[in-house]
Design a protein around this ligand. Sequence first.
Ligand SMILES: Nc1ncnc2c1ncn2[C@@H]1O[C@H](COP(=O)(O)OP(=O)(O)OP(=O)(O)O)[C@@H](O)[C@H]1O
Ligand SMILES: [Mg+2]
Length: 252
Amino acid sequence: MSPATIITFANQKGGVAKTTTALNLACALAESGHKVLCIDMDPQGNLTMSQGIDPEDLPCSIFDVLVDGIDIREAIYKREIDIAVGSIDLAGAEIALSSKIGRERALSKAIAPIRDDYDFICIDTPPSLGLLTINALTASNKVIVPVQCEYLSMRGLAQLQSTVRMIKEDLNPSLEIEGILPTLVDTRTLHAKEALELLEEHFGDRVFASRIRKTVRFAEAPVRGMSVLKYDPTGTAAGAYRALAEEVLHGR
Ligand SMILES: Nc1ncnc2c1ncn2[C@@H]1O[C@H](COP(=O)(O)OP(=O)(O)OP(=O)(O)O)[C@@H](O)[C@H]1O
Ligand SMILES: [Mg+2]
């Protein structure tokens, strides 16, 4: 098996559907026969929770992997996809890592021994461009940027692009922005339509053709510890992430 494609989901703005996209795209890729690992790099532990695992009650999490060099396999649980769990401890990981040599490469190093075991590794990040997100970007080939289709949400993209550029120059030359994903799209409003046009004007064909519309299914599924693909397999929400998986697999 060739080494996994590693995709980070990043946007320093909160609540733009990073976690929702990491999980549901991962599940759509798994559904189409790929072996997928998700990694929860967010101290909020939302990805971990959305697979029905309590991030406050874990013997070993990605914190122990990053900071104490524990084998990542110790932090992997088997659910709809495999998941390397996050925990609240991660809030202290940036400080714990900051004095270490190779602090930006801790995740990359941790993933190396298992990279051949998966087709895709999907990394969820916190809403910041701090050391945890930098570790994720340094370990990845690709970044997917979920963006809420509102004018103010799009303003922060320049900062993210400049971070990606710096990481590409100094830490990881193979990093590319795979695409920008419009999320929480409310097709009924003129504002959403205008915001989408603006996004396409600025980023052209880097914007995915898939659009993720607003629906309450995305809030309901994590409560059951499931992806929307499992919670409502025939719904439009599941369909949207299957379409995104097709774009990731075969290009736009
Ligand atoms: N398409 C959608 N329609 C409606 N609600 C959605 C949609 N996508 C995500 N949500 C909901 O919006 C909220 C934020 O989503 P999510 O947690 O994925 O964002 P995030 O970018 O990971 O947030 P954070 O920055 O805090 O990590 C969640 O309650 C989620 O269930
Ligand atoms: Mg999140």
